[in-house]
Design a protein around this ligand. Structure first.
Ligand code: ATP
Length: 655
């Protein structure tokens, strides 16, 4: 696998040789530029097609690799324009081996998109859309692994079927609608977007309500459920209530949704009979769909659909393309779907950005004349119609006013500046003297970050030492949390977790900074339906009074506190510090957000926004200086898919 040999292979012919490609794949895999899975996929295809040209196999490896970076497909022109970006290579000056290691540029030089697409189209490994069994599907200049092409088709088909064709809305709902939103008149939010969302949702089988933290998504959806239930009970003379289910992508998000729904219900002005039929408990999507161990298949699917009339999915930005496809396939055609989320947050860890794509044009469009008419008649809300809007427009509402972050909130000001990519406003927010934000910048930042993290956790460990019960301890887990932008390095979760554990051990709060110890907070990293634990669930190891003080890991679940043997948790990691990606769906009273010292392509506007908005009351920003944040604010996450194109091309059917 020497660089010298490789250069010879490349120079020998402008066309790629398979041997040279396999050699390079091995290099890229060894350097961590490519996942073993991606290189393996190309080798697997080569075994099945002894004549597959190298550029087809390279495209297959890159398409697989793109999935790991959140892209649903490989977009050929984009790969040709910036081949190193496809492998997300670190900046080359930091990367010593590159002089001897072939780069993707070497392979793609001289190739144009049309030729590459033509080679792919000729290959028996590739079909150009439509049903089939080829492992790869080429649509125009986008190359998919078949599974993802199928998921994209399913999502577009099912969502498309829910657009247009508005449902009838009883005019009698005008009165309860006015009553439920009467208090909103006092706020200066005009129009009342919460009321708009609720009114439009009454006539829709698909509604997307996007808003930042505390903009009233849960409040709005609770009122909507009450109205729909009022309508259903009235229509059936109290006989048939809607079967409503609440769900979220992670256990943590489901628990939060259950909690906020309960809060929103307590202030709800509806008849007791209606209130009694509203759901209180949210499930994880995996549990709702019936995840089974060791298989990607769910118990519910098109042939065995979910038995419900209405589904609310919170934190929908976290739902990846495949899970969305599975969910839509299992949802009865007639059921209503309401997606809640924040379009500006990071997209799902897995491939796709369904919520972001659905909301992409929402702020630039108004509503159709028919929707404006309903808003006027039912909600007493006048809006200028937009006859040129997309058929999706009437299904999407942005809530714009945060009831959590007011004008005195530095967190709110930073979040807004970040979303706008406004570096000047971001800087001004730091100098405006807000009491809830602090920037830890000093000459010895690493030591200061460690000290601040230990100070943040001390109170928690004091309670633990004072013998707080597992339930009490679990309730305080969200008081303070360190978030990192990166996984590796001194500023990443791995380095910080080790240093925080060592610091707590030095101070005598924990007995051992390695392995399992009392006080170790952990996050589950893989769904385990048998244990009833899901990716993202957070627990803490504590001596169990009911098991002779032996160590157990305690989790707060919908059914109460659960104790699990540490040895049964084979996929979990310590979370004194967690990545911003993993923190999605959670909020903490005080967040310490640690940025790396130097700018990094991983830092994007969405990542900074998500990190900042995990803090409810206090934010400490640490590490990287102003230039690091400012460069992040100018970088946006772009996820390649055909779904965004589908959304952009949506048109009303012609009469
Ligand atoms: N129109 C309103 N007027 C006054 N307070 C409101 C209004 N809407 C929501 N709130 C309050 O704002 C807070 C946040 O509301 P809610 O939980 O519905 O927002 P959310 O968008 O779901 O928040 P999260 O970011 O937690 O998901 C709650 O305390 C709620 O009572």
């Amino acid at each position: 696998m020497s660089g010298e040999q490789h250069t010879l292979a490349l120079d020998a012919s402008p066309a790629m040789s398979r041997e040279a490609l396999f050699e390079s794949l091995a290099w890229w895999e060894a350097l961590g530029w490519l996942r073993p899975l991606d290189a393996h996929f190309a080798r697997f295809l080569a075994e099945h097609d002894a004549h597959a040209p190298a550029e087809v196999l390279l495209a297959a490896a890159l398409a697989s690799h793109q999935l790991g970076r959140g892209h649903v497909c490989l977009t050929l022109p984009r790969a040709l324009a910036a081949p190193r970006d496809v492998l997300s290579l670190p900046p080359l000056e930091e990367d010593a081996p590159h002089e001897t290691v072939p780069l993707p540029d070497d392979f793609l030089r001289g190739l144009d998109s049309a030729t590459w697409a033509a080679r792919l189209a000729e290959s028996p490994l590739v079909a150009s859309s439509g049903p089939g069994t080829t492992p790869l599907v080429l649509v125009g200049e986008r190359l998919y692994l078949r599974r993802y092409w199928r998921a994209e088709q399913a999502v577009a088909t099912h969502l498309g079927a829910r657009l247009g064709r508005p449902l009838p809305v009883e005019s009698a709902l005008a009165e309860p609608l006015a009553r439920l939103f009467a208090a909103n008149a006092a706020s200066d939010d005009a129009p009342d977007w919460q009321k708009v969302a609720c009114t439009l949702a009454l006539r829709n089988r698909l509604t997307i309500i996007s808003g930042g933290p505390g903009t009233g998504k849960t409040t709005t959806v609770t009122r909507l459920l009450a109205l729909l239930q009022t309508q259903a009970l009235a229509a059936s003379q109290g006989d048939r209530a809607l079967r409503i289910q609440l769900a979220a992508p992670t256990g943590k998000a489901a628990a939060r949704l259950s909690e906020s729904i309960a809060g929103a219900m307590s202030g709800l002005d509806v008849e007791a009979g209606v209130a009694a039929t509203l759901p209180r408990e949210a499930l994880t999507l995996h549990r709702l769909l019936g995840a089974r161990p060791d298989t990607r298949q769910f118990r519910h699917h098109a042939g065995h659909p979910l038995s419900l009339d209405l589904l609310v999915v919170d934190e929908a930005s976290m739902v990846d393309l495949e899970l969305m496809a599975a969910l839509l396939e299992a949802l009865p055609d007639e059921a209503r779907l309401i997606l809640l989320g924040d379009k500006d947050q990071l997209a799902s860890v897995e491939a796709g950005s369904v919520l972001g794509d659905l909301c992409a044009n929402a702020l630039d469009q108004g509503y159709s004349p028919a929707a404006c008419e309903v808003l006027s008649q039912l909600a007493d809300t006048e809006m200028a119609p937009d006859p040129a809007c997309s058929p999706l427009a009437d299904h999407v509402v942005m809530l714009r006013k945060s009831f959590r972050f007011d004008a005195h909130s530095g967190i709110g000001a930073l979040a807004a500046a970040t979303n706008d990519g406004d570096v000047v406003a971001f800087r001004q927010a730091w100098h405006a003297g807000y009491a809830d934000i602090q920037w830890l910048a000093s000459s010895n930042a690493q030591r200061d970050v460690e000290r601040a993290a230990l100070a943040g956790y001390r109170d928690f460990y004091r309670r633990l030492r004072d013998g707080a019960s597992p339930a009490d301890v679990l309730a305080r887990l969200n008081d303070f949390q360190v978030l990192c932008a990166l996984k590796r390095g001194p500023w990443g979760v791995e380095g910080l977790n080790a240093r925080i554990a060592a610091g707590l051990w030095r101070e005598g709060w924990i007995e051992d900074p390695q392995g399992w110890y009392a006080g170790r907070p952990v996050m589950v990293t893989r769904n385990d339906p048998q244990l009833g634990l899901y990716n993202g669930d957070i627990g803490i190891a504590l001596p169990d009074a009911e098991a002779g003080q032996r160590l157990r890991v305690f989790f707060a679940t919908a059914g109460g506190v659960r104790a699990v043997l540490p040895s049964r948790l084979d996929a979990c990691e310590t979370v004194f510090a967690m990545t911003v990606h993993k923190s999605q769906g959670s909020e903490f009273t005080h967040v310490m957000f640690v940025l790396p010292e130097r700018a990094n392509p991983i830092l994007t506007r969405e990542l900074v926004y998500t990190g900042i908005t995990r803090a409810r009351q206090r934010l400490t920003l640490a590490g990287g200086g102003a230039s690091v944040v400012e460069s992040a604010l100018t970088r946006r996450v772009v996820r390649d898919s055909g779904f965004a194109e589908w959304v952009a091309a949506l048109a009303w059917p012609r009469d």
